[in-house]
Ligand binder design. Sequence first.
Ligand SMILES: Nc1ncnc2c1ncn2[C@@H]1O[C@H](COP(=O)(O)OP(=O)(O)OP(=O)(O)O)[C@@H](O)[C@H]1O
Ligand SMILES: [Mg+2]
Length: 238
Amino acid sequence: MTDGSILTTRGLWSGYGGKPVLQSVDMDVREGEIVAVIGRNGVGKSTLMKSLIGLIATAKGSIAYRGQSVDRLGANRRARLGIGYVPQGRDVFPRMTVLENLLVGQSISGRAAPKDLMDRIFGYFPILAERRGQRAGTLSGGQQQQLAIGRVLMGTPSMILLDEPSEGIQPNIVQDIARIMVELNATTGVTIVFVEQNIDMIRIMAQRCYVMDKGRITDEIAPHVLEDRAAVRRFLAV
Ligand SMILES: Nc1ncnc2c1ncn2[C@@H]1O[C@H](COP(=O)(O)OP(=O)(O)OP(=O)(O)O)[C@@H](O)[C@H]1O
Ligand SMILES: [Mg+2]
């Protein structure tokens, strides 16, 4: 906690039914950073996110959150420590209203929320305030993504894991969401680790990028390289 790192994995292996997907992943994220994980379909990006939140067990290696080993903790315990997770495909509760989805986000985290938290979330995502009484299943993809992010924010996370937030969302909304995440990071200091294949979202949000291939981190892209669109494209096509 004192060295400024929020997340450290060392030699992390995990997978499904004894079949490894992640193969010795090492990553280091500092407090307040926004880090992207990029790579082709099926290389293990979602598996990495699920391993970090604890939906998949660590087979070998270690995961530390603020210096504390979390490998043996389930997803609920990790959420209570301040790790928030927005899954790929968003998974809002379709029959519940926007408001109910937000309240569930707070109760599953088990963390106390400041009184004005929901208003602040409505400030970031005004569409959620407008649609607070509407069932989540009737929202557009972009609105559902905003709701999924709002729901995780209700748990007052210190670090958010975001899996492909741009998927199935129209480009102008993707950019809006990316800018809001940057603003959230700047104003609250929340750390963000996100999986993404959308070049706009990566360039707006990421301060640094890990490149994954076949269950391993094969490269790291520094900020100045992120300014080069063609270079980022090459990495996405590895
Ligand atoms: N529940 C599961 N059971 C068994 N194998 C799985 C399961 N989920 C994913 N896999 C396999 O693990 C590998 C990595 O999948 P993962 O979903 O992590 O990839 P990804 O990089 O997130 O891909 P995408 O970009 O398509 O979301 C793939 O070979 C996939 O088929
Ligand atoms: Mg995925």
